[in-house]
Design a protein around this ligand. Structure first.
Ligand code: U2P
Length: 265
């Protein structure tokens, strides 16, 4: 779909109605924490900017031991050793964000043609189902569309276009390639200076990323964009120590099923 079509859809949606807030607390992944759903009838104002959140699967996977066929942590030799997509999030300049705006519920058919790309580059890393905005649970993509995609709709349009826009940004700004080329390669022994990682991204994209860490390992890189997809600073601060690890994928972790459904061993 052309940018003009997306803009046309965006304008239609912008004028179509108001947004209603349903703040969903709790992350998509762990499934061990209770999911708190807080519904309000307050209208949500339109967001200020986008954050493209990319996760480093080996770090996330090291925090969850459960394995299942759907998890990107359990594909054996195919376990991802590239940054994968967490989400494209609409954000406010004050550090908060809208969530669960009005809009259609997730429809798997809308993204069926993208399935193989999503499985590979936007996999769930958890075995637990994710909270959706309708007091229920669904796949990771349902969570990301309903919580974030519906609020991004004034710019990104419908579900298909939300996923397409996100995938396009992911391939256009290849953080994995930038870091690997700068020498920041997966290692279970090296510690890398956070300043060096930030500089590598600044040199490539002329923007400062937000980095999120877990137990001294890089877990997420967030790139921020204006609503016309020019780089801008993120609002939140990075939370990493001065030196971080970029762990290798654990290829021994597997359910014995690959993405194509064949056994991996
Ligand atoms: O950072 C923890 C979780 O908070 C949500 N988040 C964070 C920053 C932001 O700008 N927007 C946002 O939504 C994310 O929630 P999730 O999409 O995983 O439910 C993030 O994981």
């Amino acid at each position: 779909m052309s940018p003009h079509s997306i803009t046309a859809i965006a304008i239609l949606i912008l004028f179509a109605g108001s947004f209603y807030a349903v703040e969903v607390a709790g992350d998509y992944g762990s499934g061990t924490e209770p999911v708190e759903l807080v519904s309000t009838v307050a209208e949500q104002r339109e967001f200020d900017y986008f954050a493209l959140a990319l996760q480093w699967p080996p770090t996330y996977c090291s925090s969850s031991t459960k394995c299942c066929a759907t998890s990107g942590c359990c594909r054996g030799e195919d376990n991802p050793s590239v940054f994968t997509i967490h989400g494209l999030w609409p954000d406010y300049n004050d550090g908060t964000w809208p969530s669960c705006c009005s809009g259609p519920a997730f429809d798997a058919n809308e993204i069926s043609t993208l399935q193989s790309v999503l499985d590979k580059y936007w996999p769930t890393l958890s075995c637990s189902k994710s909270s959706t905005c309708h007091n229920s649970k669904g796949v990771f993509w349902a969570h990301e569309w309903e919580k974030h995609g519906t609020c991004a709709a004034p710019v990104t349009g419908d579900e298909t276009n939300y996923f397409l826009t996100t995938i396009n940004l992911y391939f256009k700004y290849n953080v994995t390639e930038v870091l690997f080329e700068a020498g920041y390669v997966p290692s279970n022994s090296e510690q890398y200076p956070v300043g060096g990682i930030i500089s590598a991204i600044e040199n490539a994209f002329h923007t400062t990323p937000q980095l999120i860490c877990l137990n001294g390992a890089l877990e997420e890189v967030r790139l921020c964009f204006t609503k016309d997809f020019k780089f801008r600073d993120c609002v939140g601060a990075s939370d990493c120590p001065d030196y971080v690890s970029l762990p290798e994928a654990d290829t021994t972790r597997s359910t014995g099923q690959s993405l194509s459904g064949h056994e991996t061993y």
